[in-house]
Design a protein around this ligand. Sequence first.
Ligand SMILES: [Zn+2]
Length: 468
Amino acid sequence: MESIMRYFASSALLPDGWAANVVFTVDAAGRITDVQRKQPCPADAETLRGPVVPGVPNAHSHAFQRAMAGLTEFRGHPRDSFWTWRELMYRHAGRITPERMHAIARWLYVEMLKAGYTGVAEFHYLHHDVDGRPYTHPGEMSHRLAQAAADSGIALTLLPVLYRHGGFGGQPARPGQRRFLHAIDDYVALVDGLRGTYPRATDTGLRDVRVGTAFHSLRAVDGKEILEVLRALDAQDPSAPVHVHIAEQQAEVDDCLQWSGLRPVQWLYDHVPVDDRWCLVHATHVDTEEVARMAASGAVVVLCPTTEANLGDGIFPGREYLDAGGPARWAIGSDSHVTVDAADELRILEYSQRLRHQRRAVLASSTHASAGRAMLEGALEGGRRALGLPATGLAPSGRADWIVLDPDHPTLIERRQDAALDSWIFAGGRACVRDVMTAGRWRVRDGRHVAEEQAYAAFRDAVAALGQ
Ligand SMILES: [Zn+2]
């Protein structure tokens, strides 16, 4: 984009609610510089062809797993579980080369943009070559992900993952985990190197790559290591988001209790200063006290409802969390990418709560009676924090990251404002997303990504080469 652009929306969801006849001014860097309401359509403005909504942040992704979606839906063991699924995932991970990582991630990010996501936090642990040795450039795989994000136009928050052990109490890692492992110094050097390559934005955050920190889980990293890494990395960027997988599975809770006498979330809060830059991924199995501590701390709980349902994880106590007081922040992620659709994640999140409580509109709030609206607002704010993005919503100084819903889609006919959101999320899904802009550029028009064919061809070759 070379100059200032203006866009006219007859209906747009702004930070303080729905507004009519809005004119957005966007500068050459893709930043919104002005938002005017109740305006006639200026002669030089491009008209946005449906309700305009901020793009949704996807707060948890393992990109390479997209290529195995649908391959694990058979019973291979009398008690199939997360742990048998993990064996298949490890086998698949063993065949990912840097070229395949790029091809799979690029196609996945194209799909994400088409499905309403405009940013993604990549929880990335597949660092090394198949024999466990680092690539010549230790950040090789991370750079492939950054390239895929740049090719597709999605904003990326890279979360290089520290993985040290095979189980609680420092158990040795297994051969299937050797591509994931780092010594502490090597991990710190990796993150430092990535921060040098993708330096932190100081003003607007318009760059498309940010670098955060991630600890795989309390199974894979111990408390001393967490504190050591944070001490080393915080010198450079004390506000970068910190992600960890926590309490996804009941067996994980049982093992943690056996090892320490504490549940995983309890253990984390007792041993590490968890504050509002922490993102607790899954946090499925939590008791009343853990729910209260999470809500009060300002940490973001990252929920991945389609993956959690697919893996048989359990149900997060969503209503209890929101009622626990404190900021109680949460975000959504598509995690294993068994499906890629922001609407799917929000719908399954609400449905799991309905099945649990035998009620409807469980996640609606006192501010928003519409469950779709209440959830979207939650996912935007929590997602912004999880990705380390500086501004939320369609307001001056924010990025021009928006999606335009299709008013001609059968489920959106005559639907306005919150009714359009509910119809998109509960009835129409990703097919309701017509156009998508990130950083002031159109990435999706009429439901097609501008670089879709090329991305698909490379993905097809990668999947074919991977086999099953
Ligand atoms: Zn995960």
